[in-house]
Design a protein around this ligand. Structure first.
Ligand code: HEM
Length: 173
């Protein structure tokens, strides 16, 4: 929110503040917060791959045609071995270097957009859309989780919340 106060914005005829994607491009903490959200809550929590030829995986497992390999981005985003002891904490700072720039995290570690030749071709456009939407929502409105509301995921191809997300929304003044 602090970063959004320092960039140029436009106001719609209905009084809503919106941001240009170019203005949002250099906001380090804002992008770190979105990446951190996708680390803990990847839109595609798991994916399937098929085996074309017999192979030996780095883990030591032998795979053969007919097998399916399930990769869980949800589990990988929460592995202590990959993200450290605070892996379950929402901590955008883990994406930011000591110099205050965004750290490069390899796609085989942060797998929300998958990795390799079949990784997400829409990654850049997805992040731009997320930034524009999140910036406008946070700048114009205040969100408060309804007290006692339990937020938990439901097992599905696309990550959904079992009970939805009950929020109190008010206009920022
Ligand atoms: C937050 C938003 C998004 C996330 C987390 C995401 C994630 C992913 C993941 C994990 C895959 C690999 C699926 C698999 O291997 O089974 C994928 C593939 C793909 N995504 Fe996205 N995606 C997002 C948004 C988008 C958008 C906005 C577009 C298009 C504009 C897009 C286009 C594609 C396409 C075409 C593929 C297939 C690539 C291929 O098979 O070669 N995605 N995405």
């Amino acid at each position: 929110m602090h970063e959004l106060n320092f960039i140029h914005h436009n106001t719609t005829p209905k009084g809503m503040v919106i941001f240009d994607p170019e203005e949002l491009e250099n906001l380090v903490y804002f992008k770190a917060a979105l990446l951190e959200t996708l680390r803990l809550f990847p839109s595609l929590p798991f994916s399937f791959s098929s085996v074309k030829e017999p192979d030996l995986l780095p883990s030591g497992s032998i795979v053969t045609p007919g097998m399916k390999i399930i990769t869980s981005a949800y589990a990988m985003g929460r592995m202590q071995k990959l993200w450290g002891k605070d892996c379950m904490e929402f901590k955008p700072e883990r994406w930011i270097s000591e110099k205050g720039t965004l750290l490069h995290v390899p796609s085989y570690k942060f797998v929300a957009f998958s990795t390799g030749p079949r990784s997400c071709v829409g990654k850049s456009i997805a992040l731009t859309q997320m930034k524009m939407l999140a910036a406008a929502m946070l700048y114009n409105f205040r969100f408060e989780l309804v007290e006692g509301h339990v937020v938990e995921p439901i097992l599905s191809i696309v990550l959904h919340m079992k009970n939805g997300l009950m929020m109190r929304v008010g206009k920022r003044t």
